[in-house]
Design a protein around this ligand. Sequence first.
Ligand SMILES: [Zn+2]
Length: 232
Amino acid sequence: MESIKSLLLVQDRDIRTLRLQRLKTEIPERIKAVDLEVQESTTALEVNKSSYRKLEAECKTLELDIQGYEEKIRKWTTQRAQIQTNREYQALTSEIEEARHRIQELEDQILERMEALEVLREGVLRTDEQIAECRRDGEDRKQKLRQQLDNIDEELANNRREREEFSRAIPEDFMALYERIFRSKRDIAVVGIENGICQGCHLRVTPQVAVDAQTPDRIARCENCGRIVYII
Ligand SMILES: [Zn+2]
């Protein structure tokens, strides 16, 4: 039973080591994923901003066009007052009407853009703030991950030390068997029997195994999964 206790401690450190090694390879990937996420979010936010600027610029161009037509109308109206023939008068009048009609169309286009700007405005006003927030958040997350990564080697070394200490209390053949099972199962090699059920494979163990599991210094193994068993 003493061996089992030490073995469980060794197993705990082995499981922890596996988890830490996995983390060690995963963390750089996670850091990259944070960078990508921040980049995608800021690009999405910038898109809103640039479409807002584009709409604003379009409105300005349209307003200039309108001013151009208004100037023409003023000029034509003055010219028309001095015209003598009916035909010329009619011609200028239809030019003026055409220009007025065009102004109406341009005003409608401006209105459409103003409505779109209104929809975007609130989001755009917060965009810079959101981008800064997004970057800050990304940096925080990366900093935590880097810190975690820095600690892993130390934790692994501690784990190794503790494992060595615990394994000293375990007979060599027992230890060798444990290591073989742990490698092949890749998760857990020593499990309890609870109400006659092996907690590794969840099948019932034979009465002999149950008896062996209670006998001091005897190694009992589940006949189904091969794990080392002990009575909880
Ligand atoms: Zn089993």
